[in-house]
Design a protein around this ligand. Structure first.
Ligand code: ZN
Length: 106
């Protein structure tokens, strides 16, 4: 009896392992594509800009949505230090009417 049990467990283990391998095979390509494709780098760090000028409206405008919202760090890839300067510049420009506070949806 004991021998039969041993053989049963031995047989079942390789099957499970094979199933696990299949699962990892199917799951891997998605994970690889997600993380390999793009690597975000802070635009200002790359160009070594220490201070972001609020008068450079074209640049600052690229960090806002069409509706006037400020784009998050998660989307643009800006570092924390520069994101703070960007938000400060955007808010300054809004006050000076260079940028819109909010635009209605089309
Ligand atoms: Zn930066």
């Amino acid at each position: 009896m004991s021998e039969e049990n041993n053989t049963n467990t031995q047989n079942s283990q390789p099957k499970e392992a094979a199933q696990n391998q299949e699962n990892t095979r199917t799951a891997k390509p998605f994970a690889k594509k997600r993380f390999e494709s793009r690597r975000k780098v802070c635009k200002f760090c790359a160009e070594k800009i220490d201070h972001i000028d609020y008068k450079n409206i074209q640049l600052i405008k690229s960090f806002t949505m069409d509706s006037g919202k400020i784009l998050s760090r998660r989307i643009t890839g800006t570092c924390a230090k520069h994101q703070r300067q960007v938000t400060q510049a955007i808010k300054r420009d809004r006050n000076l009417a260079f940028l819109a506070y909010c635009l209605p949806k089309k």
